[in-house]
Design a protein. Structure first.
Length: 301
């Protein structure tokens, strides 16, 4: 690729409250299912980096954990990593799904959340997501409020799910990027090791297939990831939970629940890697791991 002198490249961190659609939007921008998503808040725990390369620009996205008031040590660690992700960025994409002025204090709270995280005042594009769910007329006063209250670089309504507004969003993001040659090879979509991505895809199935506190009490650790020249790759992973009762639920009657997690996760891992894998899952209890500094460190938080 010959690089034009006006090529732009930079880092955009995606921030916003839990469940507003950050990961869905990054995947849509990349045209690739990289970051895990689910209908439950707090699906993303560790930031996921995704690279979009076009003929005139390269955007390195950082999809972060939803902004929240930390209660567990796990959440504190999540918020610390978020601060770094913001400080290292050229610009922010701040996402909300606020779509009515009728909920008192809601949009004010959204802005407070942004101000708390963006102390360095990085250029910020406001993305109002999920526009497929509501009437366009209702949106105008919402846009008006945000435009008056904060100096956004741009305000773009989108549907991450359907793709509406995504091209416009890209062109607004390009405006905040500096002139710079690309940081990564144009074929690179992420720099995460396959181990991390595989663990995330297993965790995604736990989020999609279980209720209540199970997803939040679970973490996935890859024990072995062996690439084999002939035959399938071998992946062995442990799902860590906090209590015996949760282990029972995860495994299910005659192991059916765990089997279903394994089957779907394996399919997704194969899609991602583009090759066949053999996936072995185990469940282990680590009492209150979310409050245990040592365990959290070992798990990479
Ligand atoms: N209707 C609709 N649903 C959406 C849209 N974007 C995302 N969603 C849904 O919203 C839910 C949350 O999406 P995620 O992408 O996981 O949200 P997130 O902001 O990454 O959430 P956390 O990682 O928990 O902070 C999922 O069920 C998505 O399918 C959209 O444009 N329209
Ligand atoms: Mg997410």
């Amino acid at each position: 690729m010959s690089i034009a002198p006006d090529f732009k490249a930079g880092y955009i961190t995606i921030v916003g409250k839990p469940n507003v659609g950050k990961s869905t939007l990054m995947n849509r921008l990349l045209n690739f299912r990289l970051s895990i998503t689910s209908p439950r808040p707090q699906t993303t725990r560790k930031s996921v980096m995704g690279i979009l390369t076009e003929k005139d620009c390269q955007i390195v996205f950082n999809d972060t954990a939803g902004l929240l008031e930390p209660r567990y040590k796990l959440q504190k660690a999540m918020m610390r990593s978020m601060e770094n992700a913001v400080n290292d960025a050229d610009g922010l994409m701040f996402m909300t799904d606020d779509h009515t002025v009728k909920i008192p204090g809601r949009m004010e709270h959204t802005l407070e959340t942004l101000q708390a995280v963006n102390r360095q005042k990085k250029p910020t594009v406001l993305v109002i997501n999920k526009v497929d769910l509501f009437q366009k007329e209702k949106l105008l006063p919402v846009i008006d409020f945000f435009a008056k209250e904060y100096p956004f670089a741009a305000i773009v309504p989108v549907s991450a799910l359907k793709g509406d507004g995504v091209e416009e969003l890209k062109s607004e993001l390009k405006k905040v990027l500096p002139f710079h040659p690309p940081f990564y090879d144009p074929d690179t979509i992420t720099d995460h090791p396959e181990r991390f991505l595989a663990a995330e895809l297993i965790r995604e199935q736990v989020f999609l297939q279980f209720q209540m506190e199970i997803p939040y009490s679970s973490e996935v650790q890859i024990e072995e990831f062996a690439e084999r020249e002939h035959g399938k790759d071998y992946i062995s992973a442990t799902i860590i939970v906090e209590r015996e009762s949760q282990k029972g639920i995860l495994i299910g009657k005659k192991g059916t629940a765990l089997k279903s997690v394994g089957e779907r996760a394996r399919k997704r891992i194969e899609e991602l890697l583009g090759r066949s894998v053999f996936l072995e899952l185990r469940v282990k209890v680590r009492k209150s791991w979310r409050k245990n500094e040592q365990i959290l460190k070992r798990l990479g938080y």
